[in-house]
Design a protein around this ligand. Structure first.
Ligand code: NAD
Length: 431
């Protein structure tokens, strides 16, 4: 099948590479020419495990192309996927639809023959209808269907999730469109396809992300409770997770959820709920609780160095989660902003996200080449991302090079007793 993907970011690129690996001819379109130039030159523009290898393989096989020209991508395509950003609107916090609307309008004039336009971006309910209207207005003769095909990949596991999705939700209103999507997924026979109304598909995405955000918020509140009540959140989470109705995942306490999805999708859902006169109190509580949590986490770190005049804080981890270089809405970035307001000096290290963090934090902090460089002369270490690498921290070396020996482990990576054996005081989360 000839597939065009509009938007070559964290969703578009792994999806394009995956579809090419399945044998499709894929053209990735992006309006950012620097991104397209880099990809054409063989430079993969974001980090995802396993992506680079598949990228080169499929470019070499002639199945993967990159262009800034919408015409080039769309006119050959049987299927056009929209995977552009839907960031929060700066004022209302609803999903800002300007990129999706622009993409729909731009692609309309190049449609040739029957084409399915599938929306992978996370969009408000009813967007499929809007896209249809926009295309029809620009190109009344076009033969097309609009499908909602929400994306559920997890950053850090994007390639794995492409080939092994828990489910593929397809919101299609015509049999013709259903057939095209079925044909696309023939190459992944184990992928469970769920065909639903287009508006249901759009809602499933928000309902899922908000549920996960609430689950994280809940376990974080429970961690606060455990600290006060003398319980251990890790034992509590283990006990809860053994209940098959609850399940063990998303029960890790931490510094709050971040990333380009949960914060913006919960806000967009809260906005849609208001528009529809529905009180989604749980979603609102998660948004507010998560906002407070990052401040609370920063205050704890500042509290730990309150006795030091010019505290130096070594931050380990900048990405919003392990396995990605994405720092959008990263708890680490927000916590660092609070630390700087508290007049602390921050030196940070992340295995993959130094460049993306630098774009957000600039020269307000120092960047280290290794974890040990970050630790030198530090008064406290704050572990903010759950990278495996941090688990192997050599505590003896850490104790030798720090000014004061303290660790705030917000990702529960280290063993408290082992840390304290080396004279390093340990503070984790949840008792
Ligand atoms: P991104 O910002 O990484 O990538 C979007 C890309 O679209 C950018 O490269 C941008 O230049 C390009 N673009 C914007 N308008 C364009 C246009 N008119 N023509 C061509 N290119 C255009 O965004 P992302 O993280 O890939 O997210 C895309 C969508 O997928 C969002 O709606 C997001 O909520 C959703 N989503 C993201 C994830 C994730 O893990 N990142 C997971 C599921 C769903």
């Amino acid at each position: 099948m000839n597939v065009c993907i509009i938007g070559t970011g964290y969703v578009g690129l792994p999806t394009g590479v995956g579809l090419a690996e399945l044998g499709n001819s894929v053209t990735c379109v992006d309006r950012e020419s620097s991104k397209i130039e880099a990809l054409r030159a063989g430079r993969v523009t974001l980090y995802e495990a396993g992506l680079e290898e598949l990228f080169h393989k499929n470019v070499a096989a002639g199945r993967l192309h990159f262009t800034t020209s919408m015409k080039e991508g769309v006119e050959q395509a049987d299927l056009v996927l929209i995977a552009v950003g839907t960031p929060p609107h700066p004022v209302t916090r609803e999903a800002d639809m300007k990129y999706v609307h622009a993409a729909a309008t731009e692609l309309a004039e190049y449609l040739k023959g029957y084409t399915v336009i599938a929306d992978k971006s996370t969009v408000p309910v009813g967007t499929g209808d809007d896209i249809e209207v926009l295309i029809r207005k620009k190109n009344p003769q076009a033969d097309f269907d609009v499908v909602s095909l929400p994306e559920f990949l997890r950053e850090g596991f994007a390639v794995h999730d492409f080939f092994h999705p828990d489910r593929v939700v397809v919101g299609a209103n015509t049999e013709r469109a259903v057939e095209v999507i079925r044909r696309l997924y023939q190459a992944l026979p184990d992928a469970p396809l769920l065909f639903v109304k287009r508006r249901s598909a759009e809602t499933i995405k928000y309902a899922s992300n908000a549920f996960l955000a609430i689950k994280i918020h809940y376990i974080n509140e429970m961690a606060d409770f455990c600290e006060k009540a003398g319980a251990d959140i890790h034992e509590v989470a283990r006990g809860m997770g053994m209940d098959s109705r609850i399940g063990p995942r998303f029960l890790q306490p931490g510094p709050g959820y971040g990333g380009s999805c949960f914060p913006k999708d919960t806000m967009a859902l809260a906005y849609m709920a208001r528009q529809n006169d529905v009180d989604m109190s749980l979603v609102k509580a998660a948004i507010e609780g998560n906002r407070k949590r990052k401040k609370q986490m920063a205050e704890r770190i500042l509290g730990a160095v309150a006795d030091v005049e010019e505290p130096r804080i070594a931050v380990l981890g900048l990405a919003f989660k392990a396995g990605t270089d994405d720092c959008r809405e990263s708890p680490a970035v927000e916590i660092i902003a609070h630390l700087l307001e508290g007049r602390a000096k921050v030196t940070a290290y992340d295995p993959k996200a130094m460049d993306t963090a630098r774009a957000l934090l600039g020269d307000r902090i120092s960047y280290a080449e290794s974890m040990y460089e970050a630790l030198e002369g530090a008064d406290v270490i704050a572990i903010l991302t759950e990278w495996e690498e941090f688990k192997s921290l050599d505590l003896e070396q850490a104790a030798r090079i720090m000014r004061h020996r303290r660790i705030m482990d917000y990702r529960s990576l280290l063993d408290a007793a082992a840390t304290e054996k080396h004279g390093v005081s340990y503070q984790g989360i949840g008792g």
